[in-house]
Design a protein around this ligand. Structure first.
Ligand SMILES: NC(=O)c1ccc[n+]([C@@H]2O[C@H](COP(=O)([O-])OP(=O)(O)OC[C@H]3O[C@@H](n4cnc5c(N)ncnc54)[C@H](OP(=O)(O)O)[C@@H]3O)[C@@H](O)[C@H]2O)c1
Length: 246
């Protein structure tokens, strides 16, 4: 059995697909999120399907001070980790967030501040270990600010830059830091949202994440064609872009 991987936000549809793909390859797992009952069900399913060791525990990304203790407790239960995958995210209510900063702050704390807070002890640990991987899911929404989702987009964009810096820092230690940028994915987060197109399945993202880990990628767009789409969107001059209804 391979060394364990910690999955933060393990009840997410994308994280479940990633957990399945990892367990199939023989990794053991530690699953974390706020919904312990659901984590228990996911863990049992993975154990039965793949005969691998799966532990789980409560984690709230909003509880910033608890991060170092939480991470130590995970290590006590798992022993040496192979890697960490951060899948926690919340779309929030953009229509409210553009006028009510309390709503905007929630989105920024879950998607950016909380992510940086938990990745800090993870990075220190991996740096000392001199191997392993850190994977975090940001979004194509972080590539360019648009009126329809710039609060969430700015938090994901900030996380993308944080990960770039972390990759630069940990490169000397041989630690892989991979940024995952999905387009639209069919999950609870996007259920019923209008205007979705080129929608991917969570299993496509999960499989791409595991392939990216194996190939030691720095950044992946999922599906791949989002890299072309975002390349074009990033090239549109700001004087034109600001008048577009996006
Ligand atoms: N779906 C898309 O179209 C899409 C596109 C681009 C990027 N993404 C990103 O992909 C990642 C996975 O998203 P998904 O679509 O699979 O979403 P999802 O099914 O809604 O899952 C969201 C996850 O975040 C966790 N979470 C939320 N608040 C938390 C908190 N305070 N503490 C701990 N965990 C918390 C949830 O766990 P509990 O509720 O159990 O705590 C759940 O595991 C997210 O980072 C998202 O931003 C999604």
């Amino acid at each position: 059995m391979k060394r364990p991987v910690l999955i933060l936000g393990a009840t997410s549809a994308i994280a479940r697909a990633t957990a399945n793909a990892l367990a199939e390859k023989g990794y053991s797992l530690y699953l974390a999120s706020r919904d312990e009952q659901e984590l228990g069900r996911i863990a049992q399913d993975l154990r039965v399907r793949y005969h691998t060791d799966v532990q789980y525990g409560f984690y709230d990304i909003g509880n910033l001070e608890r991060n170092p203790l939480f991470f130590q407790q995970v290590l006590q239960r798992t022993g040496e980790l192979e890697g960490v995958i951060l899948a926690i995210g919340e779309l929030g209510k953009q229509t409210a967030a553009i006028h009510d900063f309390n709503e905007a702050e929630k989105i920024i704390r879950r998607n950016y501040v909380g992510a940086c807070a938990i990745l800090t002890p993870c990075a220190d640990y991996m740096e000392k270990l001199k191997k392993g991987f850190i994977v975090a899911i940001t979004s194509v929404a972080g590539d360019r600010g648009r009126q329809s989702n710039y609060v969430y987009g700015s938090a994901k964009g900030g996380l993308t830059i944080f990960l770039q810096g972390l990759r630069n820092r940990l490169s000397a230690s041989g630690v892989q830091v991979m940024t995952v940028k999905p387009g639209f994915v069919d999950t609870a987060m996007t259920f019923g949202l209008p205007g979705m197109f080129l929608v991917a399945q969570p299993s496509q993202v999960g499989n791409a994440i595991v392939r990216g880990i194996e190939k030691k990628k720095n950044e992946i767009y999922v599906p791949w064609f989002w890299s072309t789409i975002m390349g074009v969107i990033k090239c549109i001059p700001e004087r034109l872009f600001k008048n577009m209804k996006l």
